[in-house]
Design a protein around this ligand. Structure first.
Ligand SMILES: Cc1cc2nc3c(=O)[nH]c(=O)nc-3n(C[C@H](O)[C@H](O)[C@H](O)COP(=O)(O)OP(=O)(O)OC[C@H]3O[C@@H](n4cnc5c(N)ncnc54)[C@H](O)[C@@H]3O)c2cc1C
Length: 621
């Protein structure tokens, strides 16, 4: 064999997959259509956002690259939902798309065990349902027992702008047509999805003076746990807020008959929560205006991304609708918006390792699995890369549970439920979101990164120290009382916190108030020894300690439940509330335990709950 692992595609999934595999010691080849486009932002040059920020932090905590690249190339950092609870906050950064691409290309090119080739993969080499390598358009063959496909939106990609269509994987780049046909012929379950992007406007043609300014946070918080927070001070650019108006809506409405989305030209299903502007106007015509964000694409601010105005309307309509917006009356479009349809693989064809069930050694990760977003792609890429490398080393697979990480939720949702529309992560998808916060991803996951060889000893030691500090402090707060002496009450008053009437556990004193480092160390000077990062965690854990304990208890119960044995003669057909499809699958698979049942595609936590009740009822009888 030439290599241990071949990764097809240098997008956000392919980068993490190839880096993880190579860093774990597997001889890896990354084959991609254009080396310059490694790490390209097909759409908005922004990383993170609600629930997506969680994924980036988790990728980082496991030793992935996305967070570091964002810190290095970000040009605006914000915490979304900052006024809400920590479980639903999301970090988001606007990135310099050129610098991000170059950063990623350089990292990939400088990584040991990792080779890069600019070629188009057209098919696979397979023997006895085991992948052996890939074939390219130039007639080359690269052999490896593991292949990870991360072809993004390129599989049989078709771009639409008005009635114009062209084959492309992204504007200006070849579509991956032969590979798409190959995968269809292989018998994988293939569907068609759609996504779209907005026009990019020449920065000097925009009048920003009439728009609302949206600055980044000060001080900015870095994405990566490995970036030094105290010295993190990147130059930040403002974004701007503008609005559509009646004229914009009329322009769009008058051209519905020219919109590929409505004319039947586009068949693929698009992302519901990220609709095109024509879709928004058709569905919410009564709204007087829609908010749009005008975001710089690079530090030089030559072009602006018009977030909220994704469209595939004809070019003349795109210009008219943009020029109807206040501040954009003289706007010049540099790149037109477009929609793209592409093939995806129904992810129920995959195991939790992201290996296909049909072909041993063949993995898929990223947009090809029906997801949308750079972060979802990076998370899957990392996991596929790790699992391919582990399999080479004949080690056990690495699967994260739904109670451990958003990555676990993402992959479990995909492989057990499949998807009919582009899947994006939401905090509401995570059952245990109070435990799976963005801010504690390092504490939850870095030990895995270390064990896998993706994080160095020095950083891991720092995380362990932080963990120790937090545990020590929380133990103190949970086991010790504050007493309402005169002196203590006046201290409480001095820091602006409510007085206590009785002896109260410290955890409750801290949890009920609005504490920060200063207040905490005024009352408990010995806590001054702890780092800012540890104090942040101590305060969050104290505030939500009762809820966190409750969720932890639910998780423990679930783990016990998954061990429950399913009787061999269990009559699934008699369980009311299970769909026929689930019954058939369970009857066929006869899983020995509820855990076994949970691994079958389509078997949801709710289904497991019902089966569990029936098993208990049977035992009682
Ligand atoms: C027009 C457009 C609009 C989008 N809008 C949004 C949006 O609004 N919100 C959102 O979250 N996401 C959006 N996305 C999706 C976002 O770009 C993807 O989620 C993300 O890039 C997926 O990462 P990936 O690594 O799976 O694939 P990609 O980033 O698409 O990378 C695929 C890589 O595979 C390579 N490749 C493909 N086929 C082959 C082959 N046969 N041989 C070798 N290399 C190959 C390509 O060259 C490319 O490097 C949009 C994408 C496009 C194109």
């Amino acid at each position: 064999m030439d290599y241990d692992v071949v990764v097809v595609g240098g997008g956000h999934a392919g980068i993490e997959a190839s880096l993880a595999s190579a860093r774990m010691g597997a001889k890896t080849l990354l084959v991609t259509i254009l080396v310059e486009q490694i790490g390209a932002s097909s759409c908005n040059p922004a990383i993170g956002g609600l629930a997506k920020g969680h994924l980036v932090k988790e990728v980082d905590a496991l030793g992935g690259e996305m967070g570091l690249a964002t810190d290095e190339t970000g040009l605006q950092f914000r915490m979304l939902n900052a006024s809400k609870g920590p479980a639903v906050r999301g970090s988001r950064a606007q990135i310099d798309m050129d610098r991000y691409r170059i950063y990623m290309r350089d990292i990939v090119m400088h990584t040991d065990n990792l080779e890069v080739k600019q070629e188009i993969v057209t098919g696979l080499i397979i023997e006895d349902f085991q992948v052996k390598g890939v074939e390219t358009q130039l007639g080359d063959q690269y052999f490896a027992p593991k292949v990870i496909i991360t072809a993004g939106t390129f599989l049989d990609g078709t771009i639409h702008i008005g009635d114009k269509q062209q084959k492309a994987g992204r504007q200006g780049e070849f579509a991956s047509i032969e590979l798409a046909h190959y995968l269809r012929d292989l018998g994988l379950t293939i569907g068609r999805l759609k996504t779209g992007t907005c026009a990019r406007i020449d920065g000097k043609s925009i009048d920003f003076s009439v728009m609302e300014v949206q600055d980044g946070d000060m001080p900015p918080i870095p994405f990566s746990f490995r970036t030094d927070r105290s010295s993190f001070n990147p130059r930040q650019l403002p974004c701007h807020v503008a609005y559509t108006n009646e004229e914009t809506h009329t322009v769009i409405e008058n051209n519905f008959d020219r919109a590929p989305l409505f004319s039947g030209q586009i068949e693929g299903v698009g992302p519901r929560y990220c609709p095109s502007i024509e879709d928004k106007i058709s569905r919410f015509r009564d709204r007087p205006r829609h908010q749009i964000f005008v975001e710089p694409q690079t530090m030089e601010a030559t072009e602006y991304y018009i977030n909220g105005m994704s469209t595939s309307l004809p070019t003349d309509v795109q210009l008219d609708m943009i020029r109807s917006i206040e501040g954009m009356e003289s706007a010049k479009i540099v790149r037109y918006g477009y929609a793209i349809e592409y093939d995806f693989i129904q992810p129920t064809d995959l195991k939790h390792t992201l290996e296909t069930k049909k072909i041993a050694g063949l993995y898929c990760a990223g947009q090809i699995n029906g997801t949308t977003g750079y972060e979802e792609a990076a998370a899957q890429g990392l996991m596929a890369g790790i699992n391919a490398a582990l399999s080479i080393q004949r080690e056990e697979p690495f699967i994260l549970g739904r109670d451990e990480a958003y990555i676990g939720v993402l992959i479990d949702d995909l492989v057990t439920k499949g998807t009919k529309e582009p899947y994006r992560m939401f905090t509401s998808r995570a059952e245990y979101r109070l435990l799976l916060r963005e801010d504690n991803a390092d504490l939850r996951l870095s030990h895995y990164g270390r064990e896998l060889g993706l994080l160095d000893q020095e950083y891991s030691a720092k995380v362990e120290k932080k963990k120790k500090e937090i545990n020590e402090a929380l133990l103190f707060l949970k086991e010790n009382y504050a007493t309402p002496t005169k002196e203590f009450l006046s201290q409480l008053e001095a820091v602006g916190e409510m007085k206590i009437n009785d002896k109260t556990y410290w955890i409750d004193v801290i949890g009920r108030g609005k504490f920060n480092r200063n207040k905490l160390t005024t009352l408990l000077p010995e806590f001054d020894q702890y780092s800012d990062e540890a104090i942040d965690q101590i305060l969050v854990e104290a505030k939500y300690s009762r809820y966190i304990e409750k969720q932890q208890h639910q998780i423990d119960r679930m783990h016990d439940r998954l061990k429950v044995k399913i009787p061999e003669d269990f009559a699934y057909e008699k369980v009311s509330g299970l769909s026929n499809e689930i019954v058939e699958k369970l009857q066929r698979a006869t899983p020995p335990t509820l855990f076994g049942a949970s691994q079958i595609s389509g078997v949801t936590p709710a289904a497991l709950e019902i089966i569990h009740i029936y098993i208990k009822m049977g035992q009682r009888r």
